[in-house]
Design a binder for this molecule. Structure first.
Ligand code: UDX
Length: 458
């Protein structure tokens, strides 16, 4: 078992640290935020993630994991240091690497024995070479340092499970020593390891994420066409999914992809290509379709209603997907400002994301409109003139079609996640619009099966 330090306790760093401890390594997680460190020591997870708190408590009690702001003590005798700090997107689409540089310098000035530095953060191709050079430039003692790339593929909401039961582990190394050490560190996970060079590893991360983003944008594009030609995107997706080359995951049309990865990684790869004088047309198309898709419900509703001014508008779901409190690039953020601008009185419900949203849009008057946060879906729907569904939380999926009919002033529902059966909504007397599906047939003939396709499972 190895002595491991992890820099950064966001989704990537904290989950990796906890999972390394779970398989038996001795882990110290480093963060600059003292309050966060104190919370983690008391077993409180700074992020909402299924199963994480339990593993934090268990491994802290057994002494296999600790949290600190004192990076010197954590790094000085570590066998491996994993970097999981953020690489936020800059206005031009490039990744901001300042946090990585700070950690690299701290490592160079602190380590007292041979050490493998492993970059888990998503970084532009070639960054690991620069990190290695940077560490060499600042190294104080006569020790060996190698840098390896080990991109992360976890999805929020299932991060612990994705890490402990990943489909593959990608390691990018430039020396036998680094490859062997990293392979040994990951051996207890019993997951296939794909060992490549550093630049290929960096590229695998972008190529994988952008492929999935493309898949979603493609389905959204086809969904919009389905509406025009009278086809049903869910039936089309089912029909496609039986072809194993296409697969049955990530075929759900909706109101675009959000989160911390797909939007950022598509723009980053587009930027990298431009830097090299190349135009990455497919990825650019995925970005464009996504931007347009986030507004389709608003545009549909704008055509149907004379105005939003003074209307009670129910919003169900604020986060970019269920199972997380993360709002980054969520469809709600693309639509709610437009609705507020138009004078809507919004009543928003989200089982875990409402507090975060309220920090961005405080309750009360906002421009000509207003926003109120409610703890119960019924409070949002009562007397509402229109309802938007932005996130497919289980609580929202459980609302019966009849509830919209009985509670709303006008049962007019715009569903960005295709959670209802078109016919059932229509039978309940709801005027229902979704993505890529035609209105229910009046003659009761063959309807969409509305099979469930898998949305996640990276
Ligand atoms: C994603 C990747 O799945 C993960 O491998 C990578 O490491 C980080 O990015 P995440 O952003 O947490 O993970 O969520 P994911 O479940 O992939 O969903 C991303 C977005 O795509 C969400 O907004 C979701 O609603 C949307 N989506 C997903 C669709 O619109 N349709 C689908 O079929 C699947």
């Amino acid at each position: 078992m190895y002595k491991i330090a992890v820099a950064g306790t966001g989704y990537v760093g904290l989950v990796a640290g906890v999972c390394f401890a779970e398989v038996g390594h001795q882990v110290t997680c480093v963060d600059i935020d003292e309050k966060k460190v104190a919370l983690m020591k008391s077993g409180v997870s700074p992020i909402y993630e299924a199963g994480l708190t339990e593993l934090m408590l268990k491994n802290y009690a057994s002494g296999r994991i600790d949290y600190t702001t004192d990076y010197k003590s954590a790094y000085k005798d570590a066998d491996a240091i994993f970097i999981g700090v953020g690489t936020p997107e800059q206005p031009d689409g490039s990744a901001n690497l300042s946090h990585i540089a700070t950690v690299a310098r701290q490592i160079a000035e602190t380590i007292e024995k041979d050490c493998l530095v492993v970059v888990k953060s998503t970084v532009p191709v070639g960054t690991n070479d620069k990190v290695e050079q940077f560490i060499q430039d600042f190294l104080i003692r006569d020790v060996k340092v190698d840098v390896a790339s080990n991109p992360e593929f976890l999805a929020q909401g299932s991060a612990v499970d994705d890490t402990l039961h990943a489909e593959r582990i990608i390691i990018g190394t430039e020396s036998k020593w680094a490859e062997e050490l990293l392979t040994k560190i990951y051996r207890p996970f019993h997951i296939p390891i794909v060992s490549v060079n550093r630049r290929s590893a960096e590229m695998i991360k972008y190529a994988s994420n952008d492929f999935l983003a493309l898949k979603i944008s493609y389905m959204n594009d086809i969904a919009n066409l389905c509406e025009l030609v009278g086809a049903d995107i869910q039936d089309v997706a089912i029909g496609m999914s039986f072809d194993e080359r296409i697969g049955n995951k990530f075929l759900n049309a909706g109101i675009g992809f959000g989160g911390s990865c797909f939007p950022k990684d598509t723009k980053a790869l587009d930027y990298i290509a431009r830097q090299h004088g190349y135009e990455l047309k497919t990825v650019k198309a995925a970005i464009d379709v996504n931007k347009q898709q986030k507004r389709v419900l608003y545009e549909k509703a704008s055509k149907r209603l004379i105005t939003f001014n003074g209307l009670k508008v129910a919003v169900l779901g604020l986060t970019f997907k269920p199972g997380t409190d993360d709002l980054r690039e969520a469809a709600s953020l693309a639509n709610i400002p437009l609705l507020l601008e138009q004078g809507a009185d919004i009543y928003a419900y989200d089982p875990v994301g409402a507090d975060n949203f309220e920090r961005l849009y405080p309750a009360g008057k906002n421009g000509t409109g207003s926003i109120t946060y409610v703890a119960k879906i019924e409070h949002a729907l009562k007397d509402a003139s229109v309802c938007f569904i932005f996130t497919e939380w289980g609580e929202i999926k459980a609302v019966l079609p009849e509830t919209y009919k009985s509670l709303m002033r006008t049962p007019l529902v715009y569903d960005g996640r295709n959670i209802y059966h078109v016919q059932k909504m229509q039978d309940a007397g709801v005027e229902y619009y979704s993505i890529g599906r035609k209105p229910a047939r009046k003659d009761g003939l063959k309807e969409s099966k509305n099979f469930e396709l898998q949305t996640s499972g990276s």
